[in-house]
Design a protein around this ligand. Sequence first.
Ligand code: ADP
Ligand code: ADP
Ligand code: ZN
Length: 212
Amino acid sequence: MFVVLLGPPGAGKGTQAERIAKATGLLHVSTGDMFREHVRNETELGQLAKSYMDKGELVPDEVTISMLNERISRDDASEGVMFDGFPRNVPQAKALDDALAERAKKIDRALLISARDEELVSRLSGRWICRQCGRLFHERFDPPAEAGKCDACGGELYQRDDDKADVVRTRLEKQKPAPELIDHYRQAGVLHEVDGERSIDEVTTALLEALR
Ligand code: ADP
Ligand code: ADP
Ligand code: ZN
């Protein structure tokens, strides 16, 4: 099964993708995580991506699509993937359709997680991430047992530079799923919308229900 998770920044895509991957065995592929890995390793791609990420803008499609294509050509992606943060626009969605069609596969579900701006802003401003394993936390909504320390692996928690207020505003303006992107999946008959303004557990239940 090939699934895309759509939603504005802070909707809960990463949080839910991790849980769904665990429950279903799907491979979790996050383009945001891949870019951050490149930034950490100081690759050429990382330097390029950082210049866009720092401003809250999308990394150019050409670069993003080729990175994604390389990732899904590996063996571990052949049976199923949960895409988190990709596609962000129609050209990316079409590129993904084409890449899957070459392997006689298709997107089986598009899960849209929705939430209002005020909620997104408070989620992003309190988001903490494990430097070691990538687990997501929220200082109020999903706090770690011990402040600054990951429950899962004991790693150090940090806040993303692009979760600062001014960049968040740009991301909310430029990175909400466009109506055209949502229509792309509605027309394919695979769209399911889930209310993201519920507890993390309730959203997980609704998403798993949509996957059955
Ligand atoms: P996205 O990947 O869509 O940007 P995240 O999964 O990183 O979103 O979630 C953003 C922040 O909101 C994180 O700090 C996460 O712990 C928190 N969060 C996620 N889902 C919920 C929820 N249903 N209720 C409250 N906080 C949530
Ligand atoms: P969020 O948790 O806010 O949804 P991500 O972690 O998915 O953000 O992405 C972080 C940044 O990486 C984005 O602001 C953007 O610059 C870049 N990025 C991630 N996915 C894509 C994509 N599919 N196309 C272009 N840029 C992307
Ligand atoms: Zn960790």
